[in-house]
Design a protein around this ligand. Structure first.
Ligand code: URA
Length: 237
């Protein structure tokens, strides 16, 4: 395999930012094939060299997968000249080539998968795959049985075709209603436009699930973690 810089390898494997990794190298915490190495520019072959960090072997993984609880106010992009992006929340240089799988609006919160696995992203986002996405929402006013039926039938939201059937589950109906909505497409502002089409308005929106992946309730807004082995298996199978 192509050789890469030791500091890049460690940062890509989630051991910290490039500067944190350089500090660790300086302290002698990193060994390559049993010998301490302090030079961040040292080249290694990730598949054949044995790298340890603070006494633990760092195994090579081609792809990185994180779940982020996106807070409101950051954009789902890899870079932006004005706005803070979801990648800024991951420390900017955590791993090479990371990108968010799909987009949440700037004011939407919740589950965002961040990876550098393009094939997985393609599978999850492909319009023909109909991957379920579940959101918790607050809607203005009461939610009527007619609205639930309209969501279930599919709605005309100004696109060429109506939406596919969606599930609207009422948690509480009142002056501000709380609901769970599951859609299997990913159209621009889809939930907000569906809400508008039935005469209401989204006051708050948070994604709870995407395919088999559920937002970890232990993650506060802005926090992220690597996916567990089980979560990875469920997503990749
Ligand atoms: N639907 C929306 O309207 N906004 C989102 O961010 C996601 C789904």
């Amino acid at each position: 395999m192509k050789e890469i810089r030791l500091d890049k390898f460690l940062a890509d494997m989630g051991k910290g930012s490039r500067s944190q990794v350089k500090q660790a190298l300086k302290k002698g915490l990193v060994k390559v094939n049993g010998a301490a190495v302090k030079a961040p520019e040292q080249k290694i072959d990730p598949q054949t060299d044995q790298v340890s960090y603070d006494g633990e072997l760092v195994s090579y993984q081609r792809f990185a997968y994180y779940m982020l609880n996106k807070p409101a106010g950051v954009v789902s992009a890899t870079e932006d000249r004005k706005e803070r992006t979801v990648l800024d929340l991951l420390g900017g240089e955590k791993a090479g080539g990371l990108f968010p799988v799909g987009r949440l609006d700037k004011d939407t919160e919740g589950l965002l998968l961040i990876t550098n696995d393009g094939a997985l992203a393609h599978r999850l986002l492909h319009p023909g795959k109909h991957v379920d996405k579940t959101y918790y929402a607050k809607l203005a006013g009461e939610v009527t049985p007619d609205m639930v039926r309209a969501f279930a039938q599919g709605l005309s939201i100004g696109d060429e075709k109506p939406t596919l059937p969606a599930r609207l589950v009422v948690l509480e109906s009142g002056a501000v209603s709380t609901v769970e909505i599951t859609i299997c497409e990913g159209r621009f502002h889809q939930i907000k436009r569906m809400a508008k089409a039935v005469g209401t308005e989204v006051l708050y929106l948070k994604r709870l699930a995407m395919g088999p992946l559920r937002l970890d309730p232990a993650l506060a807004g802005g926090q992220y973690r690597a996916l567990s082995e089980t979560e990875k298996e469920q997503l990749l199978r």
